[in-house]
Design a protein around this ligand. Structure first.
Ligand SMILES: Nc1ncnc2c1ncn2[C@@H]1O[C@H](COP(=O)(O)OP(=O)(O)OP(=O)(O)O)[C@@H](O)[C@H]1O
Ligand SMILES: [Mg+2]
Length: 255
């Protein structure tokens, strides 16, 4: 059901068309599609187990879809060489569900890691320390540079993970449950940070969440992932006013 026809004139930075993915008899994605435009915050909401992480993993190439197309900046990712895909990946920041920091590395080393991995994009003559400090300042954690992940709180870990995503100055950021496992106040801080970052760098963001508050605050547009499809598209206001029982359920109960 399309509540709001997608008539944005802005450039499409990411498009998924008719994605299918099954695990045996478990048909997780059954023709899921989305379009993300330049500078837009697109929230995908879906129940636990509805396939949100599977979709994002297909998007970043950690999982192979059964069928469908995925294009990023107009390039079909299934048709790219490994090298071209690597270059494209440097433009896509991915904040994993949880924080996924390397436990044996300091905060500084965690942030240096993507710089080394994508040295082609960043160039050989970069000032690593400057970039690490800048990224940490963006998330208010410049003082944590020499700490180990075990010395950080959950909220701080999430901030460091965000800094690690930002350090490559991506054009698109994919967030998988950015507020999960955090208390309401820390969640709010992370949401504010996401908004500040989007304003500063004009990134497009795809935000996977089942946090209704997060969706309300941050979304320009939302897609409800139901039965493996993009069941409903619209603004938070439009969707939360819907009379469709499947849509209503999202805004009534804690998922
Ligand atoms: N590697 C895998 N092998 C088999 N089944 C999988 C695999 N990964 C995910 N699934 C199945 O796909 C379905 C969707 O999982 P997914 O992790 O995408 O859910 P989700 O929407 O992200 O849920 P949550 O909100 O709890 O994070 C689940 O039924 C899960 O068991
Ligand atoms: Mg998930």
């Amino acid at each position: 059901m399309t509540i709001n026809k997608n008539i944005s004139t802005k450039e499409v930075v990411l498009e998924i068309k008719d994605l299918y993915k099954s695990f045996g008899d478990n048909h997780v994605l059954n023709g899921f599609s989305l379009k993300l435009h330049q500078g837009e915050n697109l929230v995908i909401m879906g129940k636990s187990g509805s396939g949100k992480s599977v979709m994002i993993k297909c998007l970043v190439g950690l999982m192979e879809a059964d069928s469908g197309t995925i294009s990023i900046m107009d390039k079909d990712i299934t048709k790219l060489t490994q090298e071209a895909l690597d270059i494209l990946r440097a433009d896509i920041g991915f904040l994993f569900q949880g924080s996924a920091l390397y436990d044996s590395m300091t905060v500084r080393e965690n942030l240096e890691f993507p710089l080394r991995r994508h040295s082609k994009k960043m160039g050989d003559h970069i000032n690593t320390t400057e970039l690490v400090v800048e990224a940490l300042e963006n998330v208010g954690l410049a003082d944590a540079i020499d700490l180990m992940p075990s010395e950080l709180s959950g909220g701080m870990k999430r901030r460091v993970a965000l800094a690690r995503t930002l350090i490559l100055k991506p054009k698109v950021i994919l967030y998988d449950e950015p507020t999960s496992g955090l208390d309401p106040i820390t969640s709010k801080e992370i949401i504010i940070l996401m908004q500040e970052i989007q304003k500063k760098y004009r990134t497009a963001s795809l935000i996977i969440t089942h946090d209704v508050d997060c969706a309300r605050v941050i979304s320009d547009k939302m897609i409800l992932l139901i039965d493996g499809t993009d069941y409903a598209i619209g603004t938070f206001k439009e969707l939360s006013a819907s009379n469709d029982p499947k849509i209503k359920a999202f805004f009534k109960q804690d998922l």
